[in-house]
Ligand binder design. Structure first.
Ligand code: CUA
Length: 356
């Protein structure tokens, strides 16, 4: 309901764009559209906080269903039982006003029901929110930008974007990932339905949330707070690995963090294009003079599956189209068209392809 209201609000405010986002993320029978060929499901939680939210939601749904059946049943019964008949005398039946018992019943019962729901909900919220971070938990900082996610692993020395890699938890040895949520511009909201509820990323404020994925795989999510033109294409991926695989991924990312300064003569022309244009003002490639923070860190660009926060698959062809004119893939994107020649584009893409 909250979600629907939020969507409705965005619709009124953001008109056409919001309509697009509403269609793109509309909750329909429990499934959320999250990408071209995949759907995620709020009724299939695979992480502790998502399970807590799911159970509280099920209880609320069950209580509402019982109330609906009673009210709907009485209404149907009365409508049929006391319908107009041919033998009616056309007079109104006796009118009855005031009944202390009935009025008390329909006041006290709903109050009790609401009270129970409040207790269950507050307990669920407290359980999720007050969980202390275990010393061995993974710590990640996520910064929301218009319209992409900056992802930093301060303890591992890794910076990436849009695709969050985490280890799977184990019953014998639980391991959570704690996310520190910040925003570089406007309010965003981190939402991967199968992993946890939504938490907003608010400028000048730090919010925390945690996830504890129980199955290996790719989980889809999206920004859940209207944040401007490309809100609907601010998609998220959480890639959950076996602990060994995660360690390998982290090791490899941390290692390349040092290597990209190495000069590969094959792609010198492309590198020159990159460093002679304003690309360097917005992007970081570690080990080089490119230190921009406005756009995503490109150090491991080619280790990511998607481009532009999930707007397109990360292939050489799409990458070229993206650099040529970002607006063709994501209109409203804050990355400008650099007006490169076809030859410069080929050279630049060849260089970018080496960033693994
Ligand atoms: Cu970021 Cu909506």
């Amino acid at each position: 309901m909250h979600m629907l209201l939020k969507r409705l609000g965005s619709l009124l405010v953001g008109r056409k764009i919001a309509l697009r986002l509403a269609l793109a993320t509309f909750v329909l029978s429990g499934t959320v559209y999250a990408g071209p060929d995949q759907v995620t499901n709020i009724f299939k939680p695979l992480s502790t906080p998502a399970e807590s939210v799911y159970q509280a939601a099920l209880l609320t749904l069950a209580v509402c269903a019982v109330i609906f059946l009673i009210v709907g049943g009485l209404l149907a019964y009365t409508t049929i039982r006391f319908r107009r008949r041919a033998a009616d005398d056309g007079l109104e039946p006796p009118q009855i006003y005031g009944s202390n018992q009935i009025e008390l019943a329909w006041t006290v019962l709903p109050v009790l029901i609401v009270f129970v729901l409040i207790l269950v909900t507050s307990r669920t919220i407290a359980d999720v929110q007050n969980k202390p971070a275990a010393p061995d938990s993974l710590k990640v900082t996520v910064v929301g930008h218009q319209w992409w996610w900056e992802i930093r692993y301060p303890e591992l020395g890794i910076v990436t974007a849009n695709e969050l890699h985490v280890p799977v938890t184990d019953i014998a040895k639980p391991r959570q990932t704690f996310l520190r949520l910040e925003s570089a511009d406007v309010a965003h909201s981190f939402w991967v339905p199968q992993l946890a509820g939504k938490t907003d990323l608010i400028p000048n404020r730090v919010n925390m949330m945690w996830i504890e994925p129980k199955e290996v795989g790719t989980y889809l999510g999206n920004c859940a707070e209207y944040c401007g033109t490309e809100h609907a294409r601010m998609l998220l991926r959480v890639i959950v690995h076996e602990p060994d695989d995660f360690a390998r991924w982290a090791g490899q990312q941390a290692a390349t963090q040092q290597q990209n300064g190495a000069e590969d003569p094959q792609v010198k022309a492309g590198r020159d294009v990159f460093f002679s244009t304003s690309c360097v003002n917005c992007h970081t490639i570690s080990g080089t003079s490119a230190r921009g923070r406005f756009g995503p860190d490109l150090t491991h660009l080619m280790s990511r599956d998607t481009l532009a926060s999930g707007a397109a698959p990360n292939t050489a062809e799409k990458l070229r189209a993206w650099v040529r004119d970002p607006q063709t893939i994501k209109d409203g994107s804050l990355m400008p068209n650099m007006q490169l020649t076809e030859q410069e584009l080929d050279q630049l893409v060849a260089y970018l392809l080496t960033l693994k």
